[in-house]
Design a protein around this ligand. Structure first.
Ligand SMILES: CC(=O)N[C@H]1[C@@H](OP(=O)(O)OP(=O)(O)OC[C@H]2O[C@@H](n3ccc(=O)[nH]c3=O)[C@H](O)[C@@H]2O)O[C@H](CO)[C@@H](O)[C@@H]1O[C@H](C)C(=O)N[C@@H](C)C(=O)N[C@H](CCC(=O)O)C(=O)O
Ligand SMILES: Nc1ncnc2c1ncn2[C@@H]1O[C@H](COP(=O)(O)OP(=O)(O)OP(=O)(O)O)[C@@H](O)[C@H]1O
Ligand SMILES: N[C@H](CCC[C@H](N)C(=O)O)C(=O)O
Ligand SMILES: [Mg+2]
Length: 496
């Protein structure tokens, strides 16, 4: 494909001739091959423009840069280079990738989920409903990527446009007609999803997270709201919005102004509601009441938050033309979502649940559920830690949330990343101490799991929170294999 064809539709500020042959699109110089178009972008950690030379050494067939200085320098060094200047690198990356891959985003009906918590779970539910209606789909999110059934690892919740469009291309080739994906606030803010036409957009909720990146809740909300305006694409046709959430009300008005058909859901408010809710570990049922009629839903997902996720997914699937019967069948067929209230079998009569709760709201909901399941006679033991190089202000709040409903807190490390684990623990401990709940501090996560399990008696619930499906622990100098469910299973076996 010619450079001029790959950059068609990009509003370049400057451009040279376009007759170079392009064989691929890359935003990371390390992935450049002979003939690749290298999109050099400034970032928060480094600057892709520093790697133009490396890309050229690897045989780049063309360059797009977001820096005028790099544009001028590159041309003086390589006068015959096909190069364009575009201030917004990610927009250029998205359009160039879409051109290169032949616009797979136009061949899939896209359902996109945003919100602080519940995105991954909701995408799994929508996918299950689509499957029950015999529709092939692509799923993209935190845990993994599904390409019409094939499972791949996921490097990011929402990949860069180039990688997303490559996945869409494979999905279309595998016969997919739909895509279901999470749109993280980072991705919306950075416009990783520029030009992707969303058919159905879902908002789950907004509570504190990622203030290290967004700065304020208002800016965090503004990032989420962008999904409902369309990011370089028309606004979504349908907006599915949580009516129980205070930000949901604002979004509802916003989406209506943008011309969307709005479907609301909630435990207490909304058009899609749940009645006769029965909550057990590994089994939830409720009567779905909706403008489309009512039906009994049974799921092996646990807890009230998953009733909400199921309502959101049902409203979205229905607006994709899936019947209530197919919705019920899909929900019934989803066995579990990895690391979301995933129980670890044992013969001690203890409910051990691995859960990805890594915000104060998720912890509050999780512990409230555990409290209900444990009853008056049994204890709730909550193990948690806070991630390093992430929102520091959520740490005492998570501590408070963990202390509030638990009988015992085991405070440990999550992914410390480049931070001192002891300091992270200190910050969270302040919150736990305010609640007066007993707290064991043990920075080594495996030892902490051991201690939490050792104190549990028949009927107790042990919550291993924060890392969910994750298979590694990110430390300052290395990343080690670590899987809460696997560690817990091993420790329980040793104790048997
Ligand atoms: C804060 C954030 O979103 N960071 C992401 C962002 O980084 P950035 O824009 O600052 O870029 P940078 O690392 O400074 O690099 C600048 C440019 O140089 C390029 N480069 C870099 C090195 C090199 O040798 N050659 C080269 O060309 C990079 O590819 C990039 O294009 O773009 C990079 C390239 O895609 C990502 O690797 C990086 O993810 C970092 C590792 C990260 O931790 N991201 C997290 C916070 C994230 O995005 N999370 C959300 C989910 C959150 C949730 O669900 O709760 C997600 O969507 O995954
Ligand atoms: N609807 C919900 N409301 C509040 N908390 C929820 C909801 N759904 C799930 N949770 C909690 O949040 C955790 C993460 O859920 P999930 O992975 O589905 O969310 P996510 O939005 O994809 O998270 P991330 O942004 O980290 O990818 C769960 O383990 C659970 O504790
Ligand atoms: N997607 C979230 C996940 C956090 C999970 C937790 N284990 C942590 O490392 O803080 C993030 O990157 O902030
Ligand atoms: Mg997710």
């Amino acid at each position: 494909m010619l450079f001029s064809e790959v950059v068609a539709g990009i509003e370049l500020d400057e451009q040279t001739h376009g007759s170079c042959e392009i064989t691929g699109v890359e935003y990371d110089s390390r992935r450049v091959r002979e003939g690749s178009l290298f999109v050099a972008m400034r970032g928060g950690t480094t600057d892709g423009n520093k790697f133009i030379r490396q890309a050229m050494d690897k045989g780049a067939g063309g360059v797009i840069t977001d820096s005028r200085e790099s544009f001028t320098n590159a041309l003086s060094r390589w006068p015959h280079l096909c190069i364009g200047l575009m201030e917004h690198g990610r927009r250029a990356l998205a359009t160039a990738s879409a051109n290169f891959f032949g616009h797979p985003e136009q061949k899939l009906k896209l359902t996109a989920v945003t919100g602080t918590n519940g995105k991954t779970t909701t995408t799994f539910l929508v996918e299950a409903m689509l499957q029950a209606a015999a529709r092939k789909s692509v799923l993209v999110g935190t845990i993994e990527v599904h390409l019409a059934g094939e499972v791949r690892e996921s490097p990011h919740t929402t990949p860069e446009a180039r990688d997303l469009l490559a996945l869409f291309t494979e999905g279309v080739q595998a016969g997919a007609s739909e895509a279901v994906m999470e749109m993280s606030s980072h991705a919306l803010d950075q416009e990783r999803v520029w030009g992707m036409p969303v058919d159905v957009a879902i908002f789950t909720n907004l509570t504190q997270d990622h203030l290290d990146y967004h700065g304020t809740m208002e800016k965090y909300f503004a990032a989420k709201q962008r999904l409902f305006a369309g990011v370089g694409a028309p606004p979504p046709r349908v907006a599915v919005i949580n009516a129980d959430d205070e930000y949901g009300h604002r979004l509802e008005k916003f989406a209506l102004r943008e011309g969307a058909v709005v479907a609301t859901y909630g435990m207490t408010k909304g058009e899609w509601r749940a009645e006769e809710v029965v909550l057990r570990a590994g089994e939830t049922s409720f009567l779905l009441k909706s403008p489309a009629g009512e039906i009994l839903l049974r799921t092996s997902l646990t807890g009230r938050v998953n009733v909400l996720n199921t309502l959101a997914a049902s409203a979205a699937a229905y607006s994709r033309g899936i019947s209530l019967e197919q919705i019920a069948a899909g929900v019934a067929e989803l066995p579990f979502v990895p690391g979301r209230f995933q129980t670890v079998p044992n013969d001690r009569g203890v409910t051990v649940a691995v859960d990805y709760a890594h915000t104060d709201d998720a912890l509050l909901n999780l512990i409230r559920l555990a409290r209900e399941l444990a009853g008056k006679d049994h204890r709730v033991i909550t193990l948690f830690g806070c991630g390093g190089d992430r929102d520091r202000t959520k740490r005492p709040k998570m501590g408070r949330a963990a202390g509030r409903g638990s009988d015992l807190v085991v405070l440990t490390s999550d992914n410390p990343r480049t931070e001192d684990p002891g300091i992270i623990i200190e910050q969270a401990l302040r919150g736990v101490e305010e609640t007066g709940t007993d707290c064991i501090v043990e920075a080594d996560r495996e030892q902490a799991i051991r201690r939490a399990l050792a104190t549990a008696k028949t009927g107790d619930i042990v919550l291993l929170a924060g890392k969910g499906h994750e298979k590694t622990q990110v430390l300052a100098d290395r990343t080690i294999p670590f899987d809460d469910a696997e560690v817990a299973a091993r420790v329980l076996k040793e104790m048997a």
